[in-house]
Design a protein around this ligand. Structure first.
Ligand code: G4P
Length: 528
């Protein structure tokens, strides 16, 4: 238990939301509280603006921002907090899913006006799968939002999670007066247009206290008393264990842009959010307090300078102590590697570090040796499990326009797909290269980067597929028969796993019905 103090100090999490709900604004407020930045407006949004889908300068700019903000570490009240950034654009959702494998908890931001939106639903499925603890922040209370009870009901129903209000709002929009902190038993008053840290907090342990009427008026005091009575009756006290099991999510109301209700949430977060947790591997569960180091790569980022082919691999430390210039076992390659310039992201400054502990994310310069899901250990051979690859939904055939550049193209495709930009399939029994993505924008990025970084000019032809799913069967003969009959729809992924490409939902359902011995998988774990 040598490193237990270091482990107990750390909280590693991500903020997730549908674009525009306020993730960037909330991140900025956290960094202000942590002293990691001094002024508002310092955190650049990593959103790719809607109109910019063909503006490649914009994509490059965003890539720059997204390296810089991949991890933001700061200290708050004696805790070391690692905040992992997730891309806002839906076409890069896979990147977000993978980042979620590297965190121990999440904060979900919901826009009080729009309620639960499409992207949130999908993200929550991944979170539920992993039973990740969630805290919900209902943002933009300064705007006329939905009825708060109805909103809670909607969130519970849509996201299939039990909620537990930790603060309760007094009105919304122009009438928004603040929140009552149900845990601290205090009234936090809101004044529109105030600057950061300007919350006016009044302790009111007993809601019958007349001070409440004085502060917010008789009518709102009456409503608040009624609401709180109802909430106490329905929800009772927060059971922190239920939160840690991913079964109950505490809810906070506020306004990120006004820095209102944020501190209450941050204080609760550091009080209850999990410290680095044990993780499953192909061999056994690995506890963070184990002496020997282990970790895995969850994200790879190419260098922005095309003259330098090196990339940055993001390593999440899972156990023991990671040390600079020390040899570690790269499990997939059966080779030892050491890193002379590993860096961390404390206060958003990239700096070379001597060591790192469970929960930390380390940036490693990589000359092409890493793939997403790779594991580093201090000797043992195992892989961390639960890093999913999702079935893509849009497909293009890659056609080489310049035969002289075949080698570069192959290399480019391998490297870009190692980075997780898209998935690469090869036609079964043939050579046709097929790229599968979840969003159109990714094809444009690939085409552009192949040309810029590998001088490979390609054409992308649409393919009439609707979904790719991995196929397996306990009955090898049935699998072989299926492959033979469906040859035009079969491909292999980069690891040689068989994939069925369905033209439509109807085809997919029909094949699933007609072939009960074949299993169709919609996610493939990098390591099982
Ligand atoms: P995202 O990262 O989740 O995509 O959202 P982001 O923080 O960029 O916020 C989206 C927009 O919502 C921004 O306005 C931001 O100022 C605004 N916003 C954030 N929190 C609140 C809030 O509590 N109340 C209100 N009324 N608005 C909020 P924008 O016009 O797109 O950008 P900007 O010009 O203000 O930067």
């Amino acid at each position: 238990m040598k490193y237990i103090n270091e482990i107990n100090k750390r909280k590693t999490f991500a903020i997730i939301s549908h674009p525009d709900a306020g993730k960037t604004t909330l991140t900025e407020k956290f960094l202000l509280f942590g002293g990691a930045i001094q002024t508002a407006g310092a955190v650049k949004s990593n959103k790719i603006k809607k109109h910019a889908t063909s503006d490649f300068m914009e994509i490059e700019r965003q890539r720059g921002i997204s390296v810089a903000t991949s991890v933001m570490s700061f200290e708050y009240n004696g805790h070391l907090i690692n905040l992992l950034d997730t891309p806002g654009h839906k076409d890069f959702a896979e990147d977000t899913y993978r980042t979620l494998t590297a965190v121990d908890s999440v904060i979900l931001v919901i826009d009080s006006v729009n309620g639960v939106e499409a992207q949130t639903r999908r993200l929550m499925e991944v979170i539920a799968m992993r039973k990740t603890p969630v805290i919900v922040f209902i943002n933009k209370m300064d705007r006329d939002g939905k009825n708060r009870f109805e909103l809670l009901e909607e969130i519970e129903k849509e996201l299939k999670i039990n909620l537990h209000p930790s603060t309760w709002p007094i009105n919304s929009g122009k009438e928004f007066k603040g929140v009552y902190d149900l845990h601290e038993k205090s009234l936090v008053l809101f004044t529109a247009g105030t600057k950061a840290n300007d919350e006016d907090v009044v302790e009111i342990t007993d809601l019958t206290n007349e001070l409440l009427d004085k502060k917010i008026g008789d009518k709102d005091a009456f409503t608040l008393r009624e609401d709180v009575e109802l909430i106490d009756g329905v929800y009772g006290d927060l059971n922190v264990d239920d939160y840690l099991k991913g079964e109950t999510a505490p809810v906070f109301f506020g306004s990120a842009v006004n820095n209102f209700g944020v501190k209450e949430m941050l204080d609760t977060f550091v009080r209850i959010a999990p410290t680095p947790r044990p993780r499953h591997t192909t061999l056994r569960d690995v506890k963070p307090e184990e002496e020997k180091f282990s970790g895995f790569i969850f994200k790879i980022h190419a260098n922005l300078d095309p003259k330098h082919r090196d990339r940055i691999a993001f390593l999440r430390v899972c156990s023991g102590r990671f040390e600079r210039n020390t040899y570690y076992n790269h499990v997939r390659l059966h080779r030892d590697f050491r890193f002379s310039n590993p860096y961390s992201f404390l206060a958003r400054q990239k700096e070379v570090i001597e060591d790192a502990y469970p929960g930390d994310v380390v940036g490693l310069y990589d000359a092409g040796n890493f793939k997403i899901g790779d594991t580093l250990t201090q000797g043992e051979d195992f892989y961390f499990t639960g890093i999913p690859t999702f079935s893509p939904e849009i497909f293009r055939e890659v056609v080489n326009k310049d035969p002289m550049k075949t080698k570069q193209l192959e290399k480019g495709l391998m490297q870009l797909t190692d980075e997780g930009v898209a998935q690469l399939f090869t036609q079964f029994g043939g050579t046709k290269k097929i790229i599968g993505c979840v969003g159109d924008l990714q094809f444009e990025v690939i085409q552009y980067r192949l040309l810029q970084e590998y001088s490979a000019s390609v054409q992308m032809n649409s393919l009439p597929f609707y979904k790719a799913c991995w196929i397996t069967s306990k009955d090898d003969k049935k699998l072989q028969d299926f492959i033979r009959f469906k040859q035009g729809n079969i491909a292999e992924d980069k690891d040689g796993h068989l994939v069925y490409l369905a033209q439509s939902e109807w085809f997919l359902n029909t094949e699933m019905q007609n072939n009960p011995d074949i299993e169709f998988h919609f996610t493939s774990e990098v390591h099982k």
